[in-house]
Design a protein around this ligand. Structure first.
Ligand code: SF4
Ligand code: FE
Length: 482
């Protein structure tokens, strides 16, 4: 059954997560002021699914359980499903203005679904059956699952097996009759701390020498041997100061962690790839494709909030009618909708895989993500232009509330007279949050490197672009015979 947001929070409280931050173990991540906003963002994926008006977008009927499931656990059955996924992500971005984290699991489900099918077909393995058992439990219990791909990677010039330290890519260190023992780490793990389970996947294509690294499995996020080290975000400790206004987004946020797998035992039934190295690259390509599609939804939703914030700042500054301001806001919208167009386009041109689910158009998904490495930066630049310097020089909430100096702030930092200084500072703090505060992790640098750095998309574009066909077209038009 679908969980409510409250039930989700309670279910996470029951987990025994080994989370470390600022040199200490976090007793309860759900109650930690730095981490709680990121849990609220995941919670939104549950809360929205409860609302009748969003039911079509946030939920779907699973053909495997016959029941209504959260779309974040769904296997795409059509191009409409693929488009609904992007629309859902835009909605969640609009409601949180941050990373709501649950997409990596959804993208992993769909990549593992088809890849296990293909692997079984070639090797007679039972990976697809194993995965389906896991998936049905995820759907029935409405779990949040992290998708863990990125290894620390050490020397980028060396293959996994050739690293000075063999653990720089996660690998199998022991094979037992009942399962495997794995060791390694996964970096930049969005949402791991707020997930019930994790699907671990390889991070690059692999050769025969990397056999032990070609491994895919799921386990609980509190399995023995797993621990998480929280990554810092710019301005993160503002959340501990008791001045919510200064955070810019007091309720929502994202989170990333370095996750260590220190000899974790994985039973056979939770293994979805184990040594069939030529399928490592297939899995990576599909997962990356789905996640590059994802950014054409989530980043657009966050962009909607930033564009709205810039327009409100212009109102409060008293210059919403200046032609250059109007033009800059049009440009922001043009860039944002271009990203959305790419997300929708790669979905609309998706195709059915042999396993039965739908895969996005890989060329267009990579073009989508390549644009995401650029446009949010320009949108942020325009927002900063419109907002003015006060977004980075405004005094703290505590000064605003101070009986002696507060009235000076209220008097001198007012824009249009009928808007309170407090409201003006609130909107500027939100722009600061998205441009260079905690949310910039998700909106800027993650737009650059998340779902693969820009060069990874360029490699795919060169592979999928069919340049040979284009040369032939030109030769035909020019009447060239060779
Ligand atoms: Fe989802 Fe976007 Fe966060 Fe990735 S960055 S998990 S697609 S919200
Ligand atoms: Fe991401």
């Amino acid at each position: 059954a679908l969980m409510t947001g409250e039930q989700y929070i309670e279910s996470m409280r029951k987990k025994n997560l080994q989370v470390y931050m600022f040199g200490k173990k976090v007793p309860c991540p759900a109650d930690d002021p730095i981490l709680r906003p990121s849990m609220n963002s995941v919670r939104m994926t549950y809360d929205l699914a409860q609302q009748p008006e969003y039911q079509d977008l946030m939920t779907a009927i699973s053909p495997y359980t016959g029941e209504r499931v959260n779309r974040f656990t769904h296997i795409h059955q059509s191009t409409t499903d693929l488009m609904n996924k992007v629309k859902m992500q835009r909605l969640c971005g609009q409601k949180t203005a941050s990373c709501f984290q649950r997409c990596v699991g959804m993208d992993a489900f769909n990549a593992v679904f088809s890849t296990t099918y293909d692997t079984d077909k070639k090797y007679g393995t039972k990976y697809h059956e194993n995965f389906m058992k896991f998936l049905k439990r995820v759907q029935m219990e409405d779990l949040t699952v992290d998708g863990a791909m990125t290894d620390p990677k050490g020397d980028r010039g060396l293959a996994p097996h050739a690293q000075a330290d063999p653990d720089l890519y996660l690998h199998v260190v022991e094979r037992r009759p009942d399962g495997i023992v794995v060791r390694g780490a996964k970096a930049h793990q969005t949402g791991f701390i707020n997930s019930h389970e994790v699907i671990v996947m390889p991070t690059i294509s692999m050769g025969e020498d990397d056999k032990d690294y070609a491994v895919c499995f799921s386990c609980s996020t509190d399995a023995e041997g797993i621990f998480m080290i929280v990554g810092r975000q710019s301005c993160d400790t503002r959340k501990m100061e008791g001045a919510p206004m200064d955070t810019g987004n007091p309720e929502f946020g994202g989170t990333e962690a370095l996750v260590i797998f220190d000899n974790v035992f994985i039973p056979n039934e939770n293994i979805y790839l184990n040594g069939e190295y030529e399928f490592a690259g297939v899995l990576v390509e599909r997962f990356a494709g789905y996640h590059r599609q994802s950014y054409g939804g989530c980043k657009v939703g966050v962009g909607d909030v930033l564009i709205g914030a810039a327009a409100v700042a212009a109102d409060y500054n008293g210059c919403p009618k200046a032609s250059h301001i109007k033009d800059k806001i049009i440009e922001m919208q043009h860039l944002n909708e271009t990203l959305y167009a790419c997300g929708i386009a790669c979905s609309a041109l998706g195709t059915k895989t042999e396993s039965g689910n739908y895969l996005i158009d890989l060329l267009l998904a990579n073009v989508c993500k390549q644009n995401v490495t650029r446009f949010p930066y320009e949108i942020v630049r325009l927002a900063e232009d419109i907002a003015g310097g006060l977004m980075v020089t405004a005094p703290s909430e505590k000064d605003l509330r101070d009986p002696k100096i507060g009235p000076y702030i209220d008097k001198y930092l007012r824009g249009v007279n009928n808007v309170s200084t407090e409201n003006r500072l609130k909107i500027l703090r939100l722009i600061e949050n998205l441009s260079l505060g905690t949310a910039a992790v998700g909106y800027r640098t993650e737009s650059m490197h998340g779902a693969g750095s820009p060069q990874a998309q360029r490699i795919m574009i060169s592979r999928q672009g069919n340049l040979r066909m284009k040369k032939a077209l030109a030769k035909a038009i020019a009447h060239i015979e060779e």
